[in-house]
Design a protein around this ligand. Structure first.
Ligand code: NAD
Length: 424
């Protein structure tokens, strides 16, 4: 007998990121055999501040904006995590992202906990002046719970060094103290770090290189597909191409382009500067779904969450997937990919290069001693390569996925910190 549609609906996997993050924690905690008291603490953030604040618009009207800052767990150090400006910011998404930040910081051994913020707004419709007032208004609204030793924000989707500069300035003015360590991802002239803007993609590609070596695959002539051609995706495509990969396909929000012989990433970057990667009619167009389903050595989702789900997981043909984006693969899809033997380098490891260089920036701000780019790159490589192998070795030992192994390492570290502090 055919299933009723309500049964199908009930059985359909959740795409709510907060429930997904809770499920991921529960799964790894089960393999680790963690005490359920610990799991209950880690399944929810310690604090979520919800704010609304008025902003004077250019036409003289006042608009009220809403935002959130979620602090998941600060047992291992002050909270760390970006602030996103997006019309679809939702409190559950912010909570999930703060949980992933705890795991991310701990898996690569940073002395930070997890946090995340978001403002419901569409920065593309704001003038520069309005954007500045939203940035200053939000950071002032959450100022009581942030600071260099409490919680340190950074850029995320649709926020950038300019926004971080305004935020750092607002905090410094409020405290009457020059306070660069309160925010990372700042412009270089006010305490930003060399190498920060490329760090996420660099870290991601470093983990891809290690995974390719483990599979005994040569980088020269290997193939890669990249979804999303922004900060993370574009730089990852360029770095892979420099290593000898053929970039078979890339996409942005307007569409995807494909070349079996490999695309010219520099040329696509030029197209993207003024519009989209699909702006040259001579390039072969494919759909976003077709892009994800291409046969390739490496697939890098670098755009959105929930792009590989139970619906399309069995159609994925890449050999290695490195999650530059946060949460692109659902837990049900994870299972299917694992059964197919596809190696998934999870977001909490693959895109940890960004927060790692944010940590370097914070260290430089606190010590007032600034590093050259070579030092940033060397230290980043050490963190990413060591972390990759720690995760991979644990995954082999427990015969589990890299995601579960990464969560196991992070959860054990947070649990140790909570235990030593007497929380459990
Ligand atoms: P970005 O805004 O610079 O780029 C996003 C890209 O995705 C753009 O090219 C956009 O056109 C494209 N895009 C949007 N909708 C799409 C769709 N439906 N299909 C294909 N492409 C689409 O953002 P970013 O900084 O590169 O971040 C991308 C992802 O990486 C996000 O999930 C973010 O949370 C994650 N991430 C970024 C960093 C970082 O330091 N930049 C760090 C950690 C994680």
């Amino acid at each position: 007998m055919a299933e009723s549609s309500s049964t199908v609906l009930q059985e359909r996997e959740t795409l709510n990121p907060y429930l997904i993050a809770q499920r991921q924690i529960q799964l790894a905690a089960g393999v680790l055999g963690l005490n359920q008291d610990v799991v209950e603490i880690l399944k929810r953030p310690q604090r979520v501040l919800s704010v609304s604040f008025p902003v004077r618009m250019d036409d003289g009207s006042v608009q009220v904006f809403e935002g959130y800052r979620s602090q998941h767990n600060d047992a291992g150090g002050p909270g760390k995590g970006g602030i996103r400006f997006h019309p679809e910011v939702h409190v559950d998404e912010v909570k999930a992202l703060s949980m992933w930040m705890t795991i991310k910081c701990q898996v690569v051994g940073l002395p930070f906990g997890g946090a995340k913020g978001g403002v419901i707004c569409d920065p593309r419709t704001l003038s520069t002046g309005e954007l500045e007032r939203v940035s200053r208004g939000f950071i002032e609204a959450i100022s009581q719970i942030i600071g260099p030793d409490k919680d340190i924000p950074a850029p995320d989707v649709y926020t950038n060094p300019k926004v971080m500069g305004w935020m750092m300035d607002t905090l410094s003015r409020m405290q009457q103290t020059y306070s660069p360590a309160a925010i990372t991802g700042k412009p270089l002239s006010i305490g930003g770090s060399q190498g920060r803007s490329e760090a996420t993609a660099r870290g991601c590609v470093m983990t891809v290189v290690e995974a390719m070596k483990e599979k005994g695959k040569d980088m020269k002539g290997a193939t890669a597909v990249v979804q999303g051609f922004g900060n993370a995706g574009r730089t990852a495509a360029k770095l892979l191409s420099d290593l000898g990969f053929h970039i078979l396909a890339v996409s942005d929000s307007r569409g995807a382009v494909y070349s079996p012989a490999g695309l010219d990433v520099e040329y696509l970057s030029v197209l993207k500067e003024t519009g989209s990667v699909v702006d040259d009619e001579a390039l072969l167009r494919i759909t976003q779904d077709e892009l994800l389903e291409l046969e390739a050595d490496v697939l890098i989702p670098a755009a959105l969450g929930n792009v590989i789900t139970a619906e399309n997981a069995d159609k994925i043909h890449a050999s290695i997937i490195a999650e530059a984006a946060n949460g692109p693969i659902t837990p049900d899809a994870d299972q299917v990919l694992a059964e197919k033997g596809i190696v998934v380098i999870p977001d909490v490891l693959a895109n940890a290069g960004g927060v790692t260089v944010s940590y370097f920036e914070w260290v430089q701000n606190v010590t007032r001693f600034y590093w050259k780019n070579d030092r940033v790159l060397d230290e980043l490589r050490t963190v990413m390569v060591d972390s990759y192998h720690a995760v991979s070795n644990l995954a082999k030992k427990y015969e589990t996925t890299l995601r579960v192994a990464a969560y196991m390492i992070a959860l054990q570290r947070v649990t140790n910190a909570m235990t030593e502090r007497g929380w459990v």
